[in-house]
Design a binder for this molecule. Sequence first.
Ligand code: GDP
Length: 474
Amino acid sequence: LAESLKVPATQIVAFAFKHLGLMVTINQRMDFDQIELIASEFGYIAVREEDYAASAEEDEVKDAAEDLKPRPPVVTIMGHVDHGKTSLLDYIRKATVVAGEAGGITQHIGAYHVSLPDGRQITFLDTPGHEAFTAMRARGAQVTDIVVLVVAADDAVMPQTIEAISHAKNAGVPIIVAINKIDLPTANAMKVRQDLLQHGVVLEDFGGTTLASEISAKKGTGVKELLEQILLQAEILDLKANPDRRATGSVVEAQLDQGKGAVATILVQNGTLKVGDDFICGLHSGRVRALLDERGKQVKEAGPAVPVQVLGLTGVPMAGDQFIVVADAQEAREIAQRRERLDREAKSRRTAKGAVSLEDFMASAASGEKRQLKLLIKADQGGPAEALADALQQLSNEEVQVEVVARAVGAVTESDILLAKASGAIIIGFHVRPDTKARAAADREGVEIKLYRIIYEAVADVKAALEGLLRPEE
Ligand code: GDP
């Protein structure tokens, strides 16, 4: 269960103990009702396999290998502010390297897909930056296959570049580097390559496996090569899906439109979505009234990795929500209602206590595997951030491991909260404070922030929590 929910088993043990009054160990079987409650706490919906099978076409849960067809890669563009993420997305959207259908891409629906002249396709998430990526991950949606990391050659690696690297690494998503602004006289691509090396991104030139292109998002230089590298990386990833089944996907963005009502951009991840399909989407249900592509054109269906705007929702879902086509409308409504209730219950529990906290770790001494305490460190300066990370990592012992998922300089931001939530980490702030948005996000997501002004105190607290984690001697 912990593996499927992508949280440490200790968190499940702690949650079961504190909120369900259950003393469980990792070897214990749980019944469906308990699993359902736990899944809802961590942002998932548990569905009985027989129910799921019944709603899946041809009563199949898993796709047979021969039904799987190659699908286009889904790409998110990340990087430091002003390094050219938006310019790159704009250039690709309009580019002549893309076999443009008449009219081009006119609508911002949160994602778009382009076809190269030879017919190969790439899908881009159209919201640059880290928040969209982490917000989706925090809700359990894994939509991105490849991260394109934009680094301006006149500026090299900056704090948000480093942040993007940790986001991608934590999500296990390969990076392709786009060294941008090479048209500038001050551009120094070599410095970018060397800087990246220092941050654990080893480019091919240095014997690593990370691909890189030198580009000018403004002039279009090198963009074609970048698209080739994306397709090469996609080939290595061997991305496949089964177009011949009911669609499942994730919400990329959603809003209430004055004319159209609730609309959501869905990235289809498996199957084919068709007009007339009944579906569940987050806490809502509905029937597809119309599908619109990024050119504002009505389409009849959308296959794997294709983004479409869906009309016909009963309410506005959230980015990262799951979208599932089901066999009939009645079933869709029932599941949506059930989810809504579970969601309400999980929310009321969360207001009482954070989802990830040092206390939870202390309370989880009952479980029996190698445990991990994940930390995200923010400090006012690089020196203390490193010192703190080293000191805390040294607290690792045979039984419990302290893992620093990210360390960075600056205030605690919303993006940190989302990364912490996605990776099940606690935030340690040293001489920094969360900003208002971060505080609200921490409350909402139930992420614990511990603030310190003395390194020793941070170390002492974490040490105490680890001791709570240690198994009693046998
Ligand atoms: P974002 O914040 O990463 O989305 O960056 P933008 O795409 O908004 O770009 C920031 C600034 O850099 C804008 O003024 C762009 O015109 C400029 N810029 C982006 N790409 C290039 C490039 O390849 N060459 C030059 N000279 N300027 C660029």
